[in-house]
Each structure stands twice: as structure tokens, then as C-alpha cells.
Design a protein. Structure first.
Length: 518
């Protein structure tokens, strides 16, 4: 592989200086390369989740979440784009072929020639970026596939210090938020951004060092609002609601003191993450600090989310809006989404989110982010409470990217409507959590057979149908994801439920005489 290259020490001032130098190329890259579809470029996709590993360990099949960014393979529709996709473990060729089948108008051989799949061959619960950095030869292989570093960029799920090290060692810029600004995507940073933007959020206290401080803050909130029934305690760093816990004040007493709350907390705190206990949550909160805020009460409340991007030119771009499908013990765990968000309130949410985007832009943030809300019916309309900012790609990134690529359509913020070139509307119902123990009887090849035989595959002529993801998790965890695209929200949701029924039927077919699955 040649002589060993000497890099600046990870986390050092020299590395930071080099990173800032590389990030200075983003403006040229965006203006002169990314806005020209036929311009040569290399996209290095490192789709690992660089988040708290204790939190991630509680998500079934989380290592297969890397497959959500296989939507980036759609960039191979651009004839001079090369994609280098790195994963923890090799991704089955049948899955890669499935995604390449969506590249309408591009010969398969031409697309494969511009796609490089690399792997660390490591399923351990360590971030993918760390796995790459620990393997100098793998790092060198990735670097060797970059044709022109000035026309290349690193794309990640979320950016931390290790991603800075990776970008500098590859010698390319990173199209993501500078980790030095990631605090704006924490629960504490979100509340500070909302306050600066002047938008409503639940009463609360941020930047708390431990659960003792959370008890003091809760006592203050209860004293200020005698009608307060519940609060939610959130660690600054969480994933899909897994770092949250709900405290029902009725289990402690009317207007409880901080001392009463401390004594009662281990027995009354209710966690969103499965198998989370008080000791683990206490350690998580101490590790990352966190917030306490009033639980938003109300019948018929919804949980919409708006997705935006700040490009390297400092422009805040509104990408889409969704209504989230939530689950978990108290409805704080992201299960999926419906697109677009209800037009009754979508345009108002756009306004609020753009105000948050302006705050983040002024702080120097670049890249994708989402603003999540809880919206409660209020007379003839809704009252919107900003809840958090996700300063990274998220569960809605892959579905929306696939919709854009497959239909060549676009989202109109003014009408909260997605239209294809013919003017027709398209909507979708998506979930990353389609799960059944019976699905473990299926392998990826079986899924492909089923979608062809039962005509579930996305139909390019009608621009409707089903797109599967997280396929690698199917036979190990009985879990996969789906995006159901149709011309109305009702048809998209019906397609989703019909497809689940087909999977249930196919997974149970011919199992007589087999031992029961655990």
C-alpha cells in the first residue's frame, strides 16, 4: 500500500487547522460541482451512527441501520459520480442489486463500475468511523478510490470528533455539521436555539448535570404550575427517544419537593428504551447532561417534523415536512413517518423551522437537520411546541431521498405538496420498524422473490409502489423497513398495511412441522 503516511494527532490543533482548511473547499464544491449534475465527483459514504453505544445497543438490529444510506447509491444516476460506500460488515450483493435496479436509464454495468463497496468486516458495537481509523489499510483503500479530493466529500449519518479525523486523513471536506457546533443538536442546545428563534416550547430547564439537578428543576416546574401532571427527563444525547424517561408526578405527591422526588425517582421513572433501568439511565444522564421539560398534554396531539438543510453558501433550504408515527411506552420512540405533513399546519411549521434554521445558520451550521414538534388541537387550529433539533440525517432522510430520485419530483413548501413532473401528487407511508418473529424465516433472496411474485416492486410507469430497506436485518431480527409511495396519503397507508399482510402470509407459508421460533 506504499509508505505509511504521517497524520496530525487526533484531536490536536494541527488536525483542527487541517479540517478547517478542507471545509473551506465546501463553497467551491457546492457551487461548481454539486450544482452541475455531470461534473465528476466522488462521494464517500460512511453511514455508521456515531452516537452513544449504550443507547444504540437497545435498538434491535441497529448495525443494519447503515443500510438506510444505501439511498446514496441513487447518485449513480449522475454519469460521472463515483460512490464509495463503507460498511461495518459486507452488504449482500442481492441487496446492492436491488437498489441498483432503481437506476432507470443507467446501464447496470456502468453504475457498478462507479460503485465501490468496502467493509471493516467488524460487527462489534463500536462506531464505524472508529473501525475505519483502526484499520490503516482500509483507510488507504478508501483514499485510493478518491479520484480528485477537490471534487469529493465525506457523507456521514452524524459528525463527531472521529469523523473530523477521518475527513482529514482522507483529505476531503465533510458535508455535515462541524462537530464543534453539534451542541446545537443536543436537547439543551435545541431549547437554546428555540428561545433565540422566539418560538414556543414546553416549560423546562436545560443543561442539568445529573438527576439530582433534574429533581430540583422538576420541583420548580411543579411549584410554578400546580396543574403540572408529568415531566419528561431527557439525556442530551439520545436516539429515537431512547434517552428519554417520563415522571408522573401523581406517583410522588402534590407539589413534590426536590427531596421527595429524589427519594421516589428510582421507583416512579418510566423509560422509553426497552430493558433500561434506573442505574443505566442515571449513568447516561451524568455522561451527557440533559434537560427536564413539561409533558405536553392534550387529546389528538400530533408529532410533526420539518427537514431542512443549510448549504455551504449559507442558504437555509426547506426540504420536507412529515407527521411522525410514534411508539414506545409513552409514544416517544420514532417508528416511521407519513409524508407530507398535514397541510392544515405544515406551512406554519415551515415558518417556525426556518426561524430555527436562521439561528443555526448564523452559528455556522452546515448540513441536514430536522426540527420536531408536538402539536395540540387548539380551537380551530393547533398550538405547536418545538421539542428538539436533530442535527444530522435521520429516519426521514432515506424515504424522502428515494421519493425524489424515483419520481424526479419536488416538494413545494408553499402548498406542502410533493408533485412529480406531470403535476400529480405523491405521498408515502414509511417505517423502519416492520417486525415479526416469523420474518426471521426469510432471507433477502426470499424477500426479492416475494416482491416480484406479489408485484410489490416500485412501478416506474405509475410512479407508485413499495421500496424496502434494512433488508439485512430480516433473517436475524425479523425486521425491515418500507416506503410505500402512492398518490394520496390514504392509499399510501393502505399499501403499507396490505404489504405487511403479504409479508405475514409469505413468512408463515409452509412452516407446518417446523419448530416454533424463539
Amino acid at each position: 500500500m506504499g509508505a505509511t503516511q504521517v497524520f496530525a494527532e487526533a484531536g490536536s490543533g494541527a488536525e483542527r487547522e487541517r479540517f478547517e482548511q478542507l471545509q473551506g473547499q465546501l463553497v467551491h464544491l457546492f457551487r461548481d460541482v454539486l450544482r452541475t449534475p455531470d461534473a465528476p465527483r466522488t462521494v464517500v459514504v460512511v453511514p455508521g451512527l456515531s452516537l452513544d453505544q449504550d443507547v444504540l445497543a437497545r435498538v434491535d438490529g441497529v448495525r443494519y441501520y447503515e443500510e438506510r444510506l444505501l439511498s446514496m447509491l441513487m447518485f449513480l444516476r449522475q454519469p460521472n459520480t463515483k460512490v464509495v460506500f463503507v460498511s461495518s460488515e459486507p452488504i449482500s450483493q442481492v441487496i446492492i442489486d436491488y437498489y441498483l435496479s432503481f437506476l432507470s436509464g443507467v446501464p447496470g454495468e456502468h453504475a457498478r463500475r462507479r460503485l465501490v463497496m468496502l467493509s471493516a468486516h467488524d460487527a462489534s458495537p463500536v462506531s464505524l468511523t472508529r473501525k475505519i481509523l483502526d484499520r490503516p489499510r482500509l483507510l488507504a483503500r478508501i483514499a485510493a478510490e478518491i479520484r480528485d479530493p477537490a471534487a469529493a466529500y465525506l457523507s456521514v449519518f452524524n459528525a463527531g470528533p472521529e469523523e473530523v479525523t477521518l475527513a482529514t486523513r482522507l483529505g476531503v471536506c465533510m458535508y455535515a455539521c462541524d462537530p464543534a457546533l453539534q451542541h446545537w443538536g443536543s436537547k439543551t442546545g435545541s431549547r437554546r436555539a428555540f428561545r433565540r428563534a422566539g418560538i414556543d416550547m414546553p416549560p423546562g430547564v436545560e443543561d442539568l448535570p445529573d438527576l439530582d439537578a433534574a429533581c430540583e428543576a422538576t420541583a420548580e416546574l411543579a411549584a410554578a404550575d400546580p396543574g403540572l401532571r408529568r415531566v419528561v427527563i431527557k439525556a442530551n444525547e439520545g436516539f429515537s427517544g431512547e434517552g428519554n424517561a417520563v415522571l408522573d408526578l401523581a406517583g410522588v405527591g402534590e407539589r413534590p419537593t426536590a427531596t421527595q422526588l429524589r427519594q421516589a425517582l428510582p421507583g416512579v421513572l418510566r423509560f422509553e428504551a426497552p430493558e433500561m433501568d434506573f442505574e443505566a439511565f442515571d449513568a447516561l444522564f451524568r455522561r451527557h447532561r440533559g434537560i427536564v421539560e413539561a409533558w405536553v398534554e392534550g387529546e389528538g396531539k400530533r408529532t410533526p417534523s420539518v427537514q431542512l438543510r443549510i448549504n455551504p453558501l449559507g442558504e437555509v433550504e426547506l426540504l420536507s415536512s412529515h407527521d411522525q408515527v410514534m411508539g414506545g411506552p409513552t409514544g416517544q420512540v420514532f417508528k416511521g413517518s407519513t409524508f407530507p405533513a398535514d397541510p392544515v399546519y405544515a406551512t406554519r411549521l415551515h415558518e417556525l423551522s426556518l426561524a430555527v434554521g436562521a439561528v443555526l445558520r448564523d452559528e455556522g451550521v452546515v448540513g441536514r437537520f430536522a426540527v420536531d414538534f408536538v402539536s395540540v388541537p387548539d380551537g380551530e387550529g393547533f398550538r405547536h411546541h418545538a421539542i428538539e433539533i436533530n442535527l444530522r440525517k435521520g429516519g426521514t432522510t432515506m424515504p424522502f431521498q428515494m421519493l425524489e430520485f424515483l419520481t424526479n419530483g419536488s416538494y413545494c413548501p408553499e402548498s406542502a405538496r410533493f408533485a412529480v413532473p406531470t403535476g400529480q401528487q405523491r405521498c408515502y407511508y414509511a417505517s423502519d420498524n416492520v417486525a415479526s418473529r416469523h420474518y426471521r424465516r426469510l432471507i433477502p433472496h426470499d424477500l426479492i422473490d416475494v416482491l416480484v411474485a406479489r408485484r410489490l416492486h416500485f412501478d416506474e410507469t405509475r410512479q407508485q409502489g413499495v421500496v424496502f430497506n434494512l433488508i439485512g436485518a430480516l433473517s436475524e431480527f425479523g425486521k425491515l423497513g418500507m416506503i410505500c409511495i402512492a398518490d394520496t396519503p390514504e392509499r399510501a397507508e393502505r399499501m403499507f398495511h396490505d404489504t405487511v399482510a403479504v409479508l405475514d402470509e409469505e413468512a408463515r407459508a409452509g412452516v407446518e412441522g417446523l419448530p416454533p421460533q424463539p
